[in-house]
Design a protein around this ligand. Structure first.
Ligand SMILES: C[S@@+](CC[C@H](N)C(=O)[O-])C[C@H]1O[C@@H](n2cnc3c(N)ncnc32)[C@H](O)[C@@H]1O
Length: 296
């Protein structure tokens, strides 16, 4: 087994990476490389947990662009567009560790080990995550793994999908006199009986916005639980699929219509439930509005 530099690995590998798992145009030759946990003589590298935003490459921060340009290795998620990966310098290694629902190309513990092992090889590692690393992104686990291993780790925030969806649709998540609070929740069915484990009574109160991530398949149960807890069936609900991407789609409905609307979409989707959703512009996409403004 060879290490990252093509040398024969002398100690037992901590992590083995197959470069052929990279679904990008920078795929290498598919060889396996071993990360052995570093060489004491080599200075420790570092890990940057970087938010890649919701998909529109223009929503990347300048800091993220700079981090990508300086990385030796980019360990990235599934929903990262090529135009974002293209900010990595030529010669940087790209390692795909994407997750689809119930299919993880690399389990989370393996990703944590990989980040630590790469940094111990003396490398500058960008862990590029969709949206914001700390919003349903498991960035906290990766940060903790680095801290526990004594690896320097910095976090660069990104535009989270819920905020991008709201901005794109022109539906503010808080709005004076309409919504005094916003709660970001996961719709992932972690609870008993395949339900999200949420405080339905508090989420059902009016004049607040509930933004649901990973809630497409559980939309029927989310709508039912909110209605049972007292949120009116007429409460506006907006579904935004592929927010900020050219293929973005928006559906404006009500809590009562949420399940049917969800069935017409494929994902990734955020659900924005609350009075503010009524302000959504479902007709035009954000870029068209920009174009109008630019030519006005
Ligand atoms: C594991 S969470 C990651 C969230 C990410 N850390 C963030 O801050 O946006 C994945 C979920 O984010 C949402 N999502 C991510 N990108 C999206 C997009 N462009 N449009 C709509 N929803 C998106 C979907 O609900 C998807 O199931």
């Amino acid at each position: 087994m060879r290490d990252l530099w093509g040398r024969t690995a002398t100690s037992a590998p901590l992590v083995i990476v197959q470069e052929a798992s990279l679904p990008t145009d920078r795929d290498r030759n598919g060889r396996f490389v071993a990360l052995t946990g570093g060489d004491a003589a080599r200075p420790l590298g570092r890990v940057l947990l970087v938010g890649a935003g919701p998909g529109d490459p223009e929503l990347l921060t300048l800091k993220a662009v700079r981090a990508l340009a300086g990385a030796d290795v980019v360990v990235h998620d599934r929903l990262i567009p090529q135009a974002v990966l293209d900010h990595a310098r030529p010669g940087a290694r790209l390692i795909y560790v994407g997750k689809r629902k119930s299919h993880h190309s690399v389990p989370q513990d393996g990703i944590n080990d990989l980040l630590v092992a790469l940094a111990r090889e003396g490398l500058t590692v960008v862990r590029l995550k969709a949206g914001d690393p700390f919003v349903f992104g498991r960035g906290g686990e990766e940060l903790t793994a680095c801290r526990d291993a004594g690896v320097p780790c910095e976090v660069i925030p990104g535009v989270s999908a819920g905020l991008a969806a709201a901005a794109s649709a022109g539906a503010p998540v808080t709005h004076r006199g309409v919504a005094q609070a916003v709660t970001f929740v996961t719709g992932h069915a972690a609870g008993a009986g395949g339900e999200p484990d949420l405080d339905w009574a508090s989420l059902a109160r009016p004049n607040q916005t509930v933004v649901v991530y990973m809630g497409l398949s559980t939309a029927p149960v989310i709508a039912a639980r909110l209605a049972e807890a007292g949120r009116a069936g007429s409460t506006p609900a907006l579904l935004v699929e592929n927010a900020s991407r050219p293929e973005e789609r928006r559906v404006l409905t009500s809590l009562a219509g949420l399940a049917d609307a969800a069935a017409s979409l494929d994902g990734p989707v955020v659900l924005i439930i609350g009075e503010v959703a009524a302000m959504a512009d479902t007709g035009r996409l954000a870029d068209e509005r920009l174009l109008e403004r630019a030519t006005a």
